[in-house]
Design a protein around this ligand. Sequence first.
Ligand code: PGA
Ligand code: ZN
Length: 399
Amino acid sequence: MRVKDFAIDEIFDSRGNSTIEAGIAVGNGFAFYASVPAGKSRGSREAAVVGFTEASSAKNLRRLAALKGKDFPNQRSFDEFLIKLDGTEDKRMIGGNVMLGLSMAFARALSANRKMELWESLQKEFFGKAAQRTWKPVIFSNLINGGEHARNDLDIQEYMVLVKTQGDVKSAVKRLISFYRDLGEKLGTMKRVSNIPIGDEGGYSLDFKNNFEPLAILSDLVRKKGLSGTFRLGMDAAANGFFSGGAYSFGGKKVTAPKLAGIYEGYCKKVPALYSIEDPFSERDTAGFALLSKKLEGRIVVGDDLTVTNRRLIEECAEKGLIGGVIIKPNQAGTVTEAIEAVQGAHERGIRTIVSHRSGETDDAFIIHVAKAAGAYGVKIGAPARERIFKFNELVRIA
Ligand code: PGA
Ligand code: ZN
């Protein structure tokens, strides 16, 4: 497919921060757009993010002009061309966010050209015959926000419910929406507030007695609502955020990795529904990950800042026994092809994949299509409210 033209525009994410929208115009005269989210608690090995001024500088536009008039038979050839054009390990020349926007817009153009849904087009190219057409994703929904996503006293960044969809996504989403409302009422009554503050991903963000209290509240409500059969719990500690000088500042104390592993293990004993713990240690603390993975049999330790949607890192971590699950964020990788390769690397090693949004989101629901194309274990899309609802609606439509 021939690229006629491209555009780099500035739009704003859910936090009001500047982000990139990219456009690709193809031979038939149509244009396709995509927008890129932004993370706040980022791993240090993620693809580089450039600001709009740099993204749209004369120099960058001249560099990208090499796309014009070029024919690309598929997604991989487009992405490989961009990677070469950039020429750096971390995509700082063009900007990983700019590259991803163009890559996503091109994927949309390609799917229209192939007269397919986006997920179908991606599946055909990258998964071929191995593709699974029935998909029953688990929804990871962040309902209580702490850490860098909220102004409260929680060290843990996210407390999630993990909702099984079991072939009926719409009913699952309805159950989740009503649970989210009930939780709001319960927290309002418990903490005596009428307007509960909301964090970056739509979750409630009040002060709690300690890092354990949100888990106790969530598990209690799951039980009371009779949802134990389809709802489990998860946390994203995002521990880079409370690690410094070789120790973790947790619950007002400095603790070592083994001590923190013991605390997580205690949480699992007290709340058997707690199934997944993401980034329980900082991104360099592989010993912590290994220790916890051994302790938590039957549950999953999930890599995010640890693995940054990088196939090689995911494979290494899988081989060392550090993780049972991995977060897939296309903007950590910087192109659609590389994000999908990360999924493939994980699946080949039996690691569960969870395709994820970022804290600064747009209304673009591209990740839902990546998740379906790949037959991912889960989708992580925040609370079922505000700008996040677009992704829930797309999930209901295509799953
Ligand atoms: P971020 O956080 O999008 O702010 O990086 C999300 C996460 O840590 O999973
Ligand atoms: Zn995370």
